[in-house]
Design a protein around this ligand. Structure first.
Ligand code: ARG
Length: 563
């Protein structure tokens, strides 16, 4: 049951719908006064009364009974204490009935959300700078689907540009098929790096010619390009698999080659294109931005041109309700320009485009995407994390079965969770040791808690019976009640994550619920309890495990059965 809604439905406040009231109801940090609270300060402006008077008035009218046991007006807040017995019953039943769907809803009503994420560059390193876009995008993709939206995952490949001419030129001069086949993306990247270091004027000219050949459909140039592309994709797909990342479309920048001219024509027809030093631009001075470059003086298109074409294509193809771009904040200006140009073109849906910006990830030793010109590949970070996870697990529990499997889930989880736990816009310093701390605010802490819950359930020889069959009116104690409240907050956390494009709401739910579970676990014996308590606590343990498993799954993190 949705308690905020239950309460809101029983409050009448002029000019406010139940939905809005529910949105203002919060869970107070100190729950000794109440389990839910409505602050009346914002209402004071509309109702022209003091918050205290409003709280008092609403209190008088509220029908106590049913799910709400007590209402009090305190310092401008309306505090609600809920009926613990019915709360326990409702919450456990709801988890039990929905299982792996607990926390989901049909809020999205089938509306489409396009999500542009990861968007790797062909033949370039897939480095730690791509971690956030990949896992944030992947989490949002699952979260929106879970809420009844139709998410479309798009990998807007960076597969367009003069660098591919350079690459072909470098390959022709220095490369050979076997070596590249064997070295894969690393060998390709080495060629590119070498070109940038050593290319002569002559080679630069050759590279331009190769790029022209790709553009004009030359067979050999295109075959080479496609080969580099397939090597890159084969490489990143292995990482996507480990991170549980999926896409519905790999339409990259190249895909828009023949879709840019119509956009340019439309800009022209609408009088938006201006000539500037031979180039074509859209002037954005009136909006406090530099001009958006559409065509270079040699007629070549730009990153922004392809994004304009891509946005139009996505609207036409998917008729999205929202289109998200999960891209680092360094591209703030780019997206502001692109969105503004679409608005000026009269696309009323430009308001539905959202740049989901995030901060930088660096490693503790100061390494970021590049260090001494050396790139930190994401694969290396994952590998190291899994190795360290293995060492920790081996030390804690040497006789554990499937240690490799567990280490994979723990190590990958640590990297993913590390990128998702904070507000996305914050810069993050990733530390292996902190991320793998069993007692920290970490995924391994949550995973370990799940294994603990699973072990309790496994050791209880009996089937956990539904509460309704065993005990309808068990009154939960303080620890049980706190855990129940945490579990019950899951659907809210998922919704907030979607509304704010912030998977961290789900990550925080995980840590909070795991903490409440452990408190309960240490203070309330389950298997040794007498029958009534035992049945209730087993139910509660199962519900906590379900909620945590669902939450981790939304983040793309697996749960080992044993740890
Ligand atoms: N490939 C780009 C980069 O690595 C990111 C692309 C983001 N998506 C977009 N539609 N512009 O910077």
């Amino acid at each position: 049951m949705d308690y905020k809604k239950y309460i809101a439905d029983r409050l009448t406040i002029e000019g406010l719908g139940a939905e809005e009231i529910a949105g203002q109801i919060a869970v107070p940090p100190d729950t000794s006064l109440g389990d839910f609270a409505l602050p009346c300060f914002r209402l004071a402006k509309v109702m022209h009364k003091s918050p205290a008077a409003i709280a008092e008035e609403l209190k008088e009218k509220f029908p106590v009974g049913g799910a709400v046991a007590e209402v009090a007006a305190v310092n401008g807040y309306l505090n609600f204490k809920i009926d613990k017995k019915s709360f326990a019953r409702e919450t456990l039943e709801s988890v039990r009935a929905q299982k792996e769907r607990y926390g989901s809803s049909d809020l999205g009503a089938g509306k489409t959300v396009c999500i542009d994420y990861s968007s790797v560059n062909i033949a370039k390193p897939f480095h730690i700078g791509h971690l956030s876009t990949t896992v944030l995008g992947g989490a949002l993709y699952r979260i929106f689907n879970f809420l009844g939206y139709k998410a479309v995952g798009i990998n807007h490949l960076g597969d367009y540009g003069t660098q591919f001419g350079k690459l072909i030129c470098a390959y022709k001069h220095w490369g050979n098929r076997e070596e590249v086949e064997k070295g894969g993306i690393h060998a390709v990247n080495d060629l590119y790096v070498r070109f940038n270091r050593e290319a002569t004027e002559e080679m630069e000219a050759e590279a331009r010619e190769y790029f022209r050949l790709i553009e004009s459909g030359d067979r050999e140039a295109n075959d080479l390009f496609e080969w580099f592309k397939s090597l890159t994709l084969a490489y990143v797909e292995k990482i996507y698999e480990r991170l549980n990342i999926k896409f519905d479309s790999y339409a990259g920048e190249r895909f828009y080659t023949d879709k840019m001219q119509p956009v340019v024509d439309e800009l022209n027809a609408k009088g938006l294109l201006k000539e500037s030093e031979g180039a074509k631009v859209v002037d954005l001075e009136a909006y406090g931005m530099p001009p958006c470059l559409i065509l270079r003086s040699d007629g070549a298109s730009l990153y922004a041109t392809r994004d304009l074409a891509a946005a139009v294509y996505r609207k036409n193809t998917y008729d999205f309700d929202k289109c998200l771009y999960v891209v680092a904040y360094q591209q703030n200006l780019h997206f502001k320009q692109v969105f503004k140009v679409l608005e000026l073109m009269g696309k009323d849906w430009a308001k539905d485009l959202v740049h989901v910006a995030y901060g930088m990830v660096s490693l503790e030793d100061g390494a970021m995407s590049t260090r001494n010109g050396k790139v930190v590949w994401l694969e290396e970070v994952i590998k190291k994390s899994v190795e360290k996870a293995y060492a920790v697990i081996n030390e804690k529990n040497p006789s554990l079965e499937n240690k490799e499997d567990v280490a994979e889930k723990v190590g990958v989880g640590a990297v993913v969770f590390g990128a998702l736990y904070n507000n996305k816009i914050k810069d993050i310093v990733f530390s292996y040791d902190k991320a793998l701390n069993f007692d920290g605010e970490t995924s391994v802490y949550v995973q370990y808690t799940c294994a603990r819950a699973a072990s309790v359930i496994a050791r209880a020889s009996e089937e956990t019976k539904p509460l309704a069959e065993t005990d309808e009116c068990y009154e939960p104690n303080a620890q049980e009640f706190e855990l129940l409240k945490a579990i019950e907050s899951f659907p809210d956390a998922v919704r907030s994550a979607a509304e704010n494009y912030e998977p961290c709401y789900v990550a925080r739910f995980c840590v909070d619920t795991a903490q409440k579970f452990n408190k309960f676990y240490f203070e309330c014996p389950v298997l040794k309890a007498e029958e009534r308590e035992r049945a209730f606590r087993l139910n509660l343990t199962k519900a906590a495990l379900t909620a945590l498993t669902n939450a981790l799954a939304l983040l793309g993190i697996g749960v080992p059965e044993k740890m």
